[in-house]
Design a protein around this ligand. Structure first.
Ligand code: URP
Ligand code: ZN
Ligand code: ZN
Length: 482
């Protein structure tokens, strides 16, 4: 008997990419997809995908994993737990953070996060480098070296006391990125407005988690987006705006893009499926839903959906930032903290795709191809992850086989991260990724993890097209460029 032509054939499913939906078999040899078509030859192993959807594995480009916060708090997950959660939720690639804090040497920070990921990751990964201390050494020695070894993106903060860069430092980072072909992602909120509002709320005794939402005035988002866009235009350096939460923010992105500024933007499920009222719970329970920026109103959700439809926003990431509901996490500053003392962030890497599948595919909002585009194809393209984010001959065999009819009730204890809760408990979704494959390896099958910790691979990358300047700097910048 001759050897089967393929290692694995996924037979008879409905294959979807961002551009096509077709009935086809998918054949895999080694780590790659090698054929897509009808009646393909036999595989060493075959999966019957009749009645199932065969989709690209998700790409989640915004995950905080095993990361030290500015307050010295380690978040709840390890690379093993976070990437296990990712795999169970149909995500086969993440981009997490290597977080520099003031005084730290960037190249040491990046090496440390590599060691953690190499030990634990079960899905493939890349890093954004958080620059909290963009010194001369960071920008002129470490950054060029690290870009050269495949670390093409940085993240900066315009708020948070111990992380933020002021306007001049923001320009320093954009300038260094322009000269080294890096891509800059930004947490953009007006620091002064948040700080001013927070102090006044506390003075009045408004300390509960629900006041966290009010402490981030809506205007703080659009103002920072406009300022960032002005800086991006001045230097002719593209940027990615993280976690858009308000309609004014979405409008600011649209305006910037309309003016020809190369601005990309993402949002997250918490801004599509939650509102500020989720924080309004007895006692400190609202801490479970605290994240920055905070959830807003139903009208913001609508505006963000529209911005996704129009392409003003191109990506839905999770902003997975898990903290336990105890002294190691949310309540590290004491048993009775004000909203300012509670860690920001919530788990989300596992439920990002099921929540969006339910809304977009099962309930029909924007549809299957757009679901694939926002959650896999666009993040892979914008962050330049070749072979990821689609199902294509020659691409990585990163595939999630979805049962579109499976109803799942989400409860605490259901997800695989280590936060110990899910902010989506009590919700039901229709559609679930049952078998998940990463580079041809079965990651999840029959409700069990099949991959070994450490089997995920670092994805070295350059910044790609997204980071390419338009070639139209302002006259004063043209002068500096010589
Ligand atoms: O609240 C959140 N999202 N915490 C994580 C840090 C950040 O701002 O992305
Ligand atoms: Zn952020
Ligand atoms: Zn984040």
């Amino acid at each position: 008997m001759t050897d089967p032509a393929y290692d694995l054939v996924i037979r008879g499913g409905t294959v979807a990419t961002a551009s096509d939906v077709m009935e086809a078999d998918v054949a895999i040899r080694g780590e790659e997809v090698v054929a897509i078509g009808r009646d393909l030859g036999p595989g060493r192993r075959e999966i019957d995908a009749g009645g199932k959807l065969v989709l690209p594995g998700g790409v989640d480009p915004h995950c905080h994993v095993e990361q030290l916060s500015a307050n010295g708090l380690l978040n709840a997950d390890t690379f093993e737990s976070a990437t296990t959660a990712a795999a169970f939720g149909g995500t086969t690639t993440i981009i997490s953070f290597a977080a520099q804090h003031v005084g730290m040497r960037l190249k040491t920070v990046v090496a440390d996060y590599h060691a953690l990921a190499e030990r634990g990751a079960v899905v493939d990964y890349a890093f954004h480098m958080i620059l909290a201390d963009p010194t001369e050494e960071t920008l002129t020695i470490d950054l060029p070296e690290l870009v050269g070894t495949g670390h093409a993106t940085v993240k900066i903060f315009m708020t948070y006391d111990r992380l933020r860069v002021d306007d001049e430092k923001l320009l320093d980072v954009l300038w260094a990125a322009r000269q080294n072909r890096a891509f800059v992602c930004v947490h953009a909120e007006n620091h002064g407005m948040i700080s001013w509002m927070g102090k006044r709320l506390l003075e009045k005794g408004f300390t509960a988690p629900r006041y966290h939402a009010m402490s981030h005035p809506r205007a703080s988002e659009a103002e920072a987006f406009d300022r960032l866009a002005a800086a991006a235009r001045m230097l002719d350096q593209p940027v990615m705006v993280f976690h858009v939460s308000t309609k004014e923010g979405a409008a600011a992105i649209r305006r910037a893009r309309g003016e020809g500024i190369k601005v990309f933007a993402e949002t997250c499920p918490q801004y599509l499926f939650m509102t500020a009222s989720d924080l309004d719970k007895p006692g400190l329970e609202g801490a479970k839903w605290m994240c920055s920026p905070p959830q807003r109103e139903a009208s913001d959700q609508e505006a963000i959906w529209r911005a996704l439809e129009l392409g003003d926003l191109q990506v839905v990431s999770s902003d997975h930032a898990p903290y336990r509901l105890d002294a190691t996490g949310k309540f590290s500053s004491g048993a009775n903290p004000t909203f300012k003392g509670i860690a920001n962030g919530m788990p989300g890497v596992e439920l990002r795709l099921p929540l969006l599948f339910d809304a977009m595919v099962s309930k029909g909002r924007l549809g299957l191809r757009k679901f694939v585009e926002l959650t896999a194809t666009n993040p892979a393209r914008i962050y330049n992850l070749p072979g990821k984010g689609s199902i294509a001959v020659g691409g990585d065999a990163d595939i999630a086989i979805w049962d579109p009819d499976r109803e799942v009730l989400i409860e605490d204890g259901f997800t695989h991260d280590l936060s110990g809760y899910t902010p989506y408990a009590g919700r039901s979704v229709r559609g679930w990724p049952e078998t998940v494959i990463g580079r041809g390896r079965i990651l999840v099958e029959d409700g069990a993890l099949r991959a070994e910790p450490g089997s995920g691979r670092f994805l070295a990358r350059d910044a790609g097209e997204a980071a390419r300047p338009l070639g139209t700097p302002s006259p004063e910048i043209a002068l500096l460029l010589g």
